[in-house]
Design a protein around this ligand. Structure first.
Ligand SMILES: *Cc1c(COP(=O)(O)O)cnc(C)c1O
Length: 388
């Protein structure tokens, strides 16, 4: 059998070791040290957000965002069901109810046309998840939010260095969460950041981020002692994680370019398969500059995804799928509700296959993935015809 091609291999630039050594030499290992500040300044400069607060995870950034909304028990937050659990969990932890609406058939992002119908007197926020680093229709979401006085939170976990109408994702919402998990484009093992755009949240975000204290003001010399001011928690990454992240941020444009090159190879290679009607390729709307976070294919109805993934595994290609829609999960049924039918969410999530995509994937490996996927899909199609 050919050598195994993993689904993901965390990209390491090589400079992380030097930076971690520097962090140790600095003698500052806990949070909010020199590397944390450097990374935050980079995020502010590069995205244009008002304030970036580094967190231990994208999940932590979403939780911090949810805390800032001051939700009451039973308040509602509209979001897609086709997303990672943390998008919903962050709000459930505050006593709010996620209200799921369906996704668009083309981008798999939340359908703005369905959001307005889901608004009730309890609705407080809309969460826009930029799936695969492809921007949601932020103009349409902002219009609904403005009409109903709602907060917009971007789950930009997958969207670092992606733009919409020329503007960085993560700067459209009042608040945004990004992730530096090892499966993301830019990584720190575990890590994330809250991007604060609405000025009214800046000061309080720093308090909650500092475990509910005014330590940020103390460090600036604005108070002579720091004390408990508000709710909060331990959200900061250690300086070791921030030191790992720093060279990753510096290399992020290069990383994105290398991922895009792989993405485009897949995309042109699978045009023929799409023309044959067996798969659908990702759709990138005008105005969205994505970051090649994910390459996926949507299988035609009737093709067995399980058979295709098993075939690929037997050929040494580790392809995977996601998400199990949240409304269809045990916790989703318990803590959330769906607005209307989630037909696209159910149909498309059941047919999605993600292919290996990581910096360092060789031309030969890419060619092998393309070849094996084409064969596995053709076999599944033959099987469907035989049984059908
Ligand atoms: C990865 C991801 C998260 C969670 O980020 P972590 O850093 O793993 O906590 C949240 N939402 C989406 C859409 C993600 O892809």
């Amino acid at each position: 059998m050919d050598p195994f091609i993993p689904f993901n291999r965390p990209h390491v630039t090589g400079r992380e070791y030097d930076c971690i050594r520097e962090a140790v030499a600095n003698g500052h290992l806990s949070g909010n040290g020199p590397f944390t500040r450097r990374c935050a300044a980079w995020l502010e400069r590069t995205t244009g957000c008002r304030r970036a607060l580094l967190t231990h995870s994208g999940t932590g950034a979403l939780e911090l965002a949810a805390m800032l909304l001051d939700l009451s028990l039973g308040d509602e937050v509209i979001m897609p069901s086709f997303t990672f659990v943390s998008t919903a969990n962050a709000f459930v932890l505050r006593g709010a109810v996620p209200v799921f609406v369906d996704i668009r058939e083309d981008t798999l992002n939340i359908d703005p046309r369905l959001v307005e119908a889901a608004v009730t007197p309890r609705t407080r926020a809309i969460v826009a998840v930029h799936y695969a680093g492809v921007g949601c229709d932020m103009d349409a979401l902002a219009a609904v939010a403005a009409r109903h006085g709602l907060v917009v939170v971007e789950d930009a976990a997958q969207a670092v260095l992606a733009t919409y109408n020329g503007r960085e994702l993560g700067t459209f919402g009042d608040l945004a969460a990004v992730s530096f998990h090892e499966t993301k484009n830019v990584l720190a093992g575990e890590g994330g950041a809250l991007l604060v755009n609405a000025p009214r949240y800046v000061e309080r975000a720093e308090v909650l981020w500092e475990k509910g204290t005014d330590r940020s003001r103390f460090l600036q010399g604005l108070v002579d002692k720091y004390t408990w001011q508000d709710i909060g928690s331990s959200f900061q990454p250690s300086e070791l994680a921030a030191a790992f992240l720093w060279p990753q941020l510096e290399a992020s444009a290069q990383t994105t370019a290398e991922r895009l090159a792989i993405w485009r190879r897949y995309h042109s290679a699978f045009a023929a398969l799409e023309a044959s009607g067996l798969v659908r390729r990702p759709f990138i709307p005008a105005g969205a500059e994505h970051n090649a976070h994910i390459y996926f294919l949507l299988l035609a109805p009737g093709l067995s995804r399980a058979d295709i993934l098993a075939d690929l595994a037997a050929d040494g290609v580790n392809a995977v799928f996601h998400y199990v829609p949240l409304h269809d999960s045990p916790a989703g049924r318990r803590f959330a509700r769906a607005h209307g039918t989630l037909t696209n969410t159910e149909r498309l999530s059941a047919r999605l296959v993600r292919l290996p995509l990581w910096v360092g994937l060789t031309d030969a490996e890419i060619a092998r993935v393309i070849d094996r996927v084409s064969r596995a899909v053709a076999r599944a199609a033959a099987g469907a015809r035989a049984s059908g």
